[in-house]
Design a protein around this ligand. Sequence first.
Ligand code: C2E
Ligand code: CA
Ligand code: CA
Length: 464
Amino acid sequence: TLPLAAAGFLVSVTLAWLLYRERALYLRTTNEVKRLAFHDALTDLPNRLLFMDRAAVAFAYARRQGTNVAVAFLDIDRFKLVNDSFGHAAGDALLVEVAARLQQATRGGDVVARLGGDEFAVLVEEIHDAGGAVRTARRIHDALLVPFTIGSHEIFTTVSTGIAVSTTGYERSEDVLRDADIAMYRAKAQGKARHELFDAAMHARVVDLLQFETDLRRAIDRGELRVHYQPIVSLRTAKVCGFEALVRWQRGAELVGADKIVPLAEETGLILPIGDWVLREALRQLRDWDDTHAGGGELAIHVNLSARQLLQPDVVERVRAALDESGIAPRRLHLEVTESVLIESADAAAALLGDLRALGVGLSLDDFGTGYSSLSSLRQFPFDVLKIDRSFLLDADARRGDDIVRTIASLARLLGMQVTVEGLETTEQAARMRDLAVDFAQGFYFARPLPPDDARRYATRTYS
Ligand code: C2E
Ligand code: CA
Ligand code: CA
């Protein structure tokens, strides 16, 4: 029985050893998996997941201890430029170097994480007030002053930092990161390479913006949107030949301008219902003027169409439906499109513009000269009017401004387009434009955008 017992013993030892090895291997792989799951592969820093976890623990601890913590949100300034000019490998190398400097510039206990892209975050623990976090931001700023050597290049880089401190009384640690992010955007807007503390005023601005968006969503249903009309004057006949429809919002006592409405509406998609409403309302108004014999039934109406509106698959159907509903002849409607859409989605835009053209409506290229399209690239698009941006009128050297307008106008004519200048404000500018053989003009010199009843009085005006 002895050999049998020995054999049994041997078997159990071997089994135990095997199990032990298996377990060690298991632990090692789970550690590796954990490391991969919670760390950024490029810089080996904690990732967003681990950062949020550590932040939650730190916030709970600070609350119990009566101390404070802060989150600094960092974004490298002009990082895209490094990627674009030196390549992605150089961009990656810079991120690794920045990560190292961040760690050097912070205290041992502070968590430095890479949130993604060129965004980093630092968790600053056990501080009394914002001062502690600001000191960290300054140390980071100083640590980045020394240029980076990436390959054979010397690269200077800065970061914009937003700081949120727990003194503001947060319930959830996600909210701190969000506010630090908002403060970071503020730092960018204030000129980059700086830090900004999230404060009550910033909070109020964010709340205001949210409220603005919520209210704008309801504005259509509540009947608060308006259209104002700016006369367009034919410089050949000196007569008003049409109006541009410009959206306004009667928000309580305030009349909100298009510059505040349109960018937000484009960002949120609200431009689709708003744009639809403006189109229908402008056509309805024109019909109303026709019915009351304003402008002899020949006035044109110009309506702006955002990129997002143009790229809707059913845009042609929508325009057709609006025209049918109003009974206005298609040739009296002009849609104005800016050139950005021609660059970003040239083929889709060309096809849709062609379909709109086939419907019989006029097409104007708006704000020409503010983007990058060249006149020759316009040949593939069926525009019949080019609207020259007002910035050329403002050229410090009036002669040069005139030369540019004259050149654009003659090239446009070669391409079969007529020309409108926008933003005429003075008698002198108006005289200059007549000499330049521009077809149409628009601007405060003739009239500002006006509510419908005031605009009506301009319908038969002649400027001589
Ligand atoms: P835009 O299409 O270039 O419209 C002309 C803008 O220049 C209008 O500003 C008008 O009030 C202003 N303007 C006209 N004459 C003069 C002048 O002599 N001097 C100066 N300084 N400005 C002049 P507004 O109404 O604030 O509209 C701003 C922009 O918002 C428009 O630029 C257009 O791109 C957009 N927008 C306006 N209404 C709509 C709309 O219903 N739908 C869409 N998608 N965009 C719209
Ligand atoms: Ca326009
Ligand atoms: Ca314009």
